[in-house]
Design a protein around this ligand. Structure first.
Ligand code: NAG
Ligand code: NAG
Ligand code: NAG
Ligand code: NAG
Ligand code: NAG
Ligand code: NAG
Ligand code: NAG
Length: 759
């Protein structure tokens, strides 16, 4: 998902040509000239340290102590480190610093016992550095999931999974989920923790892949090779070969603000550039035609271009500040430049100039014409392809459906692109409701004042269009009060857009995990929402004309309306399953933490995968814990596993949210815990059907509390807790939620958590 599609690259080729032809140079990475402050050490071993960096802690050689470089000469050769950290610098450029990697590994025995493991925990807090987006989180392994997250500034968890059943499935140099997976990191990241977890502890793949690896590093410096999977030195090799790229900037303000301050760092003949990390700060660049270190007084110096004579042999070169000029000698005319019109003898002046101007104009128009034609043809081809694709995906069928007024589709409207543009105030930032792997969701207000949610695909890419059309087809077949209603769509714009009823109260995820800001979501409401969601899924699995598997059941896909009624959303990944088939083979798709391990391993999709994911939602509702949590101990990291183990070891009541213990009855909680446990069974066959789950939840919901029952149960609860865990009833009053220290950032979660890979 992070790789540029080769087609896209191809698409840009003519543009690149144009740029080259017009002699516009593309920005290249520059080395800072090696000026250090006078009297300061300029090199630490082989690393040249230019100002504003300086060698020695508090030596005064750098612009501020934050830019000090600790040259540790206790080793031979000495090693340069970023001040106060143990990150070893390998290169410094005018906008980035590269440091040695800290790859992590997790190794197993044949029977799945962990023999060695480490995690990566890097922090650049209170340094002028942040992790560059040139880095990717990369996992190498055949049964490995990375969980990657941060809690300074950006609170989020993401990750990717890498699997393979046999060596022959793996493609060399391809990091797309088979043996290797990669995810992007957000801009301006200051710290992260990356850990590895495994579904089957490598027991299926141990013969060719005994360890899983994770690292964060320069994407361009790593290429996945099959032999990496059983290379014992992989971790050491990566540490050496794949640096971590850091962006750096001075201060935390903008250029405009810095220019007014006394310690503005950009010297003469340089310009100030704002950092693009979102953290503030700036850097300096020499003006065009100047060179040198822009941070060192008096600043950049003029380049003497005449040194490598850029003029025609009949011209003389004169250097000017920031530029140069060529003047043709007597009897010649022209601009005198080697890369321009050169000098031509006066006699032939007119025809020659005419000819050359005519030729250039002619060539240019030809070129523009060809480019235009190229893009025109490409566009038409694309339009044709889209149409064909649209037909393939039932788009025409859809249109027919919509134009004929039958089958509950009367309300589905086709909107024009203008209407939606107006409704969203031209897709204004403040109208964004959410982002995900599919694109963006905006809030829109229709002319009749109706508030709607508009889903717009971010990049126009065929797989995304397919997901959109898929969602329309599925939703037009569904009419259920607990499924979000599709009001219409817009097919005439570049990217198709879907218009839904607006669901005002956010996602179930927010209500479970964000309290403190939102009021406590009571147990009886949780139970009702669970029963409603289960009912809707059961309906999708059985009652609809063709069974529908949702494939991405999670608490952030369960929306709540003003009366807190559940509405299932996001059918982009869903599949219609023909009645005569009980399972289909697909690309594995879903979200980390909710994904059915059986589906994950076999890529055989059945309704039971939704049952598993729903089991995770039930566990979430009861424990108030997120499905994946970095801050937790290994045992607690994956909620599904932790939940099953806790039940097995009779510690079930200890992992429940304390307030839920108070609000629910013991029998009810136990029964629902059991139900969730059955949903989370590793074998799909042994899980209940969604219909059974829905019926059971409905009947348990009816099992309402009476005052005397509550009292009896509270005593019973206490007795039980006392006996099993020695916890006192104080527990009931505690509202502390330790996991609130890492909050999942839903945008990133759904963006990077949805990893698709082909089988
Ligand atoms: C190591 O560095 C310290 C302080 O920077 C200096 O005093 C010492 O002479 C250095 N030692 C060597 C062997 O260069
Ligand atoms: C990462 O390191 C920081 C500081 O060194 C520490 O506070 C934090 O607990 C560590 N996180 C993990 C998950 O080990
Ligand atoms: C994997 O290993 C961990 C740690 O050794 C262990 O707790 C867990 O039960 C193992 N899981 C499987 C499926 O073997
Ligand atoms: C990796 O490096 C460590 C420390 O430098 C060393 O102890 C270990 O033997 C190396 N492992 C391999 C497989 O080379
Ligand atoms: C920015 O830097 C200044 C000076 O270093 C400091 O006083 C200020 O608190 C910083 N502001 C922020 C928002 O970090
Ligand atoms: C910029 O460079 C020119 C020529 O090299 C020099 O005369 C001028 O003083 C410089 N400007 C500043 C602000 O240093
Ligand atoms: C991230 O979590 C930490 C600890 O709970 C909190 O202090 C910080 O404000 C959070 N940051 C954001 C952007 O929510």
């Amino acid at each position: 998902m992070t790789l540029m599609h080769p087609k896209l690259l191809l698409h840009h080729t003519p543009l690149l040509f144009l740029l080259l032809l017009l002699n516009l140079s593309l920005p290249l990475a520059h080395h800072l000239p090696s000026n250090s402050k006078p009297g300061c050490q300029t090199k630490c071993a082989n690393l040249i340290v230019p100002y504003p960096f300086g060698i020695g802690i508090n030596s005064g050689c750098s612009i501020s102590p934050l830019f000090d470089i600790n040259c540790d000469n206790s080793s031979i050769p000495p090693k340069p480190f970023i001040t106060t950290t143990n990150y070893e610098i390998v290169h410094i450029s005018d906008n980035q610093v590269r440091v040695k990697n800290l790859a992590a590994a997790r190794c197993y025995t044949e029977s799945g016992i962990v023999t060695r493991q480490n995690i990566i925990n890097m922090s650049l807090a209170s340094t002028p550095y942040s992790f560059s987006t040139s880095n990717k989180v990369t996992v190498v392994g055949c049964d490995d999931i990375s969980v990657f997250g941060s809690d300074i500034g950006k609170n989020f968890t993401s990750g990717c999974f890498s699997v393979c059943a046999k060596k022959s499935d793996i493609t060399d140099r391809s990091c797309t989920g088979i043996g290797c997976c990669q995810v992007a990191i957000p801009k301006g990241l200051k710290n992260f923790v990356a850990v590895l977890i495994s579904t089957f502890n490598h027991t299926w793949v141990h013969s060719f892949n005994p360890c899983g690896y994770v690292f964060v590093g320069d994407e361009e410096r790593f290429q996945f090779r099959i032999w990496d999977l059983d290379d014992e030195s992989f971790q050491n090799r990566t540490t050496q070969d794949v640096p971590v790229v850091l962006d750096w900037a001075i201060g935390n303000g903008t250029c405009d603000r810095a220019k007014k301050s006394a310690d503005f760092a950009c010297r003469g003949n340089s310009s100030c550039v704002d950092s693009d990390t979102g953290l503030g700060g700036y850097r300096c660049n020499c003006l065009e035609g100047y060179e040198g270190n822009p941070y060192v007084s008096p600043g950049c110096t003029d380049i003497d271009e005449c040194e490598n004579n850029p003029c025609d042999k009949h011209a003389t070169c004169t250097n000017t500040p920031g530029s140069y000029s060529c003047s043709c000698s007597n009897g010649y005319s022209g601009d005198g430049r080697k890369d321009g019109l050169r000098c031509t003898a006066v006699k032939s002046q007119f025809p020659a100039i005419k000819f050359s101007i005519g030729l250039s104009v002619g060539l240019l128009s030809l070129f523009i014409g060809v480019t235009w034609l190229y893009f025109g043809i490409k566009k038409r081809k694309l339009a044709r392809m889209r149409e064909k694709f649209f037909q393939q995906n039932g788009g025409l069928l859809l249109k027919q459906h919509m134009s004929s007024n039958n089958g509950g589709l009367e309300s589905t409207k086709i909107f024009s692109a203008d209407e939606l543009e107006k409704a969203t105030n031209n897709y204004a930032e403040d109208r964004i409701l959410g982002r995900g792997g599919y694109g963006m969701v905006y809030q829109g207000i229709l002319p009749d004042r109706r508030v709607v949610a508009i889903k717009k695909s971010m990049i126009m890419d065929q797989s995304q269009i397919e997901q959109f059309i898929n969602e329309v087809i599925i939703l037009t077949q569904v009419n259920h009060r607990n499924v979000v209603k599709l009001l219409g769509c817009c097919l005439e714009s570049e990217v198709p857009m879907l218009v839904y009823e607006f669901i005002s109260n956010g996602t179930l995820y927010h209500h479970i995990h964000n309290y403190g800001e939102i009021s406590w979501f009571a147990w009886k409401d949780r139970l009702r929402v669970a029963a409603e969601a289960a009912g809707a899924l059961a309906y999708l699995h059985s009652a609809a004309s063709m069974p529908i598997i949702h494939r991405d059941v999670k608490s952030s896909n369960i929306l709540l309306d003003d009366s807190y009624t559940a509405k299932i959303s996001d059918f982009g990944a869903s599949r219609l399953v023909p009645l005569d088939q009980t399972q289909v083979t697909t690309l594995v798709q879903g979200t980390l933490g909710y994904l059915d391990p059986e589906y994950f391993q076999t890529s055989q999709l059945t309704e039971k995968s939704d049952v598993y994911s729903f089991g995770v939602v039930l566990a979430e509702l009861m424990t108030g814990k997120t499905p994946l949590s970095l801050t937790k101990s290994e045992e607690e990291r994956n909620l599904a596993t932790y939940f099953i183990i806790s039940i097995k070891e009779n510690r079930f009541f200890q992992i429940l949210e304390p307030r839920i213990l108070r609000e629910g009855t013991l029998e009810q909680l136990q029964a629902i815990g059991e139900l969730a446990n059955r949903c989370l069974n590793l074998k799909g066959e042994e899980r209940p059907t969604m219909k059974e789950v829905a019926m059971e939840l409905e009947s348990l919901r009816r099992y309402t509390k009476h005052p005397w029952i509550q009292q009896e149960n509270t005593e019973e609860n206490e007795a039980l807790l006392g006996e099993q865990s020695g916890l006192s009833s104080d527990l009931y009053a505690i509202n502390v939620r330790p996991e609130s220290s890492i909050r999942t950032y839903p945008a990133l979660d759904s963006l990077d958590g949805n990893v698709i890979y082909p089988r």
